[in-house]
Design a protein around this ligand. Sequence first.
Ligand SMILES: C[S@@+](CC[C@H](N)C(=O)[O-])C[C@H]1O[C@@H](n2cnc3c(N)ncnc32)[C@H](O)[C@@H]1O
Length: 222
Amino acid sequence: MAEMNAGGSGLKANLEMTLREWIERYQREIVFDQVHYRGVQTWKNVLDLWVLQEILWETAVDTVIEIGVRHGGTTLWLADMLRTFRADDALVIAIDLEPPAIQLPPEVRFINGDSIAPTTVEKARGLAAGRKALVIADGNHAAGHVLQEMRLYGPLVAEGSYFIAEDGIVDVMEWKEFTPGPTVAAHQFVAENDAFIMDRSREKFLLTYAPDGFLKRVRAAL
Ligand SMILES: C[S@@+](CC[C@H](N)C(=O)[O-])C[C@H]1O[C@@H](n2cnc3c(N)ncnc32)[C@H](O)[C@@H]1O
C-alpha cells in the first residue's frame, strides 16, 4: 500500500493509491479517531455526510431516527442540520444500547435500548408518529439484525425519504469478520418489499460506506 508522505505534498505522493487502499487507510487510521464534529468523534465517511445533508434538504424530512449513536458526533450534526433546515420542527430520535458521554441538544430524544426490542420500536414509533422521517441504521451491522431493523423501521420512513443502511462497505471490502453485513440485508429487503428501491444515485462520490444502502421509499403502501 502507498504510504502517506508526511513531509511534502500528501496528495502528490499518493496519487497512484487505489480506491481499495484509500478505504483501508480511512478505516484503519482516520474514521475512528480523526473525524470530529464540534469536537465530538464522528464515525462517518465525510462524503456520506455531504450526501446526507442533500437528502435531508431534498426530502424535507423533519425527523431522523439514528440507530447507533456511539460518541454522538453524527447525532449532534444531524440535530444542527435539521434545526437549520426545519427550525422548530426538527427531531432526532437517537437509539443506542448505551448513552453517549456528551450532552445532547434539545432536538434529540435518546432511547436507551436494543434497536429491535419491542419497547424500543414502540417508543420510536410513538415519537415519530405524524412526522416525516428518515432512518439511519448504524448499530449492529450483522445482516440478520439489519434486515430486522429494515422490517421494523421501514414503515416509519416517509414516502420519498430513505432508510440508510450504513457500513455495507464491510461486504464490498470482504472484511470477513463482519460479513454477511448490511448489503445482504438491503438486497433481501428490496426483493421482499417493492415500496423501497436501491437508489445508487446517492453513491455518486463512489467512496461511500453505505454501498447498496440508500433505500428510497417510493410508495406509501408497504
Ligand atoms: C458504528 S457505532 C455508531 C456510530 C455513529 N452512528 C456515528 O456516526 O458516529 C455503533 C453503535 O451502535 C450501538 N449498537 C450496537 N448494537 C445495537 C443495537 N442492537 N441496538 C442499538 N444500538 C446498538 C453500539 O453501542 C455503538 O454505539
